[in-house]
Design a protein around this ligand. Sequence first.
Ligand SMILES: C[S@@+](CC[C@H](N)C(=O)[O-])C[C@H]1O[C@@H](n2cnc3c(N)ncnc32)[C@H](O)[C@@H]1O
Length: 289
Amino acid sequence: MKKEEEIVRLHQEAYDRVAPYFEENVVPLFRPLAERLIELARIQPGEQVLDIGTGTGLAALLAAPMVGKTGYVLGIDVSEGMLAIARRKAPHQHFPSVEFRQMDARALDLPSGSFDMVVSSFGLPFSHPAPVLEEVHRLLRNGGRLVFQEWGTPQEGDDQAGEAFRRVLEKYRLQKLTGWAGRFRRAREASWDIWESLEESDAIAKMVKEAGFSRVEVFEEQHPTFLPSAEAYWNLQNSWASIRSEVEALSERRRKAFKQEVLRALAPLVSKKGILLPWAVIRVRGFKA
Ligand SMILES: C[S@@+](CC[C@H](N)C(=O)[O-])C[C@H]1O[C@@H](n2cnc3c(N)ncnc32)[C@H](O)[C@@H]1O
């Protein structure tokens, strides 16, 4: 299998496995971030909107009331597990203008020039960014817009909980990971450089321009987010495909010990507001001439 194909299949499997946890623990925290994204999209009634990497449908379902009855929203994702939840949240009789379909963002089986707007909330597969952005450009009609968000760089020194968690993870995670989890780890490690370079606004703007967008705007915002307890922090971490795959590979006994040590390490970091997640987000808006 080609390397790129393998990366997509690994993400598909990872999100299939993590879907219910992602919906329960990540989506409520992502909601305000997606609301901000949709605000920047300025979607109009009657527009045709595509949500790439829709997951459990967060951005698609925020866009739905904006396009109204005359518009259309299509959410696509490689993971059927994520899409099944999206479809449950949006039964056809209540959301007649919304559809969810399984598709790979690198090769969208959709006609050129058929969308007014493409949105994506942490859903563009950036282990291979250029072909995806070119596909998006092809799908947009002239005058169409792309709006997406990805992780930015948190303020220096803010991520104490993340550092504590990673220290304990480093101690417990298996050095040698076999099977699909091992392949998923290697695929993630192989794309670290790309992800890191994309935390820079200039690099991301350049890449979007190179895909053919005539005007590109980049917005960087801090979104400090709080979790009420160390237990909630543990549950959140276990809802990311990357962490869950490492944790599931441990024996029951090691997993319990790992969790106890994480809870102990986080206890001093629970302030009156809770545990800080120093989230920083880059949002990009591109226009097709
Ligand atoms: C971090 S989740 C974001 C989900 C959702 N947009 C949200 O904000 O809650 C990333 C999503 O991108 C999907 N994804 C990864 N690679 C993809 C690809 N090549 N094509 C389509 N979707 C992909 C994953 O299956 C996953 O559902």
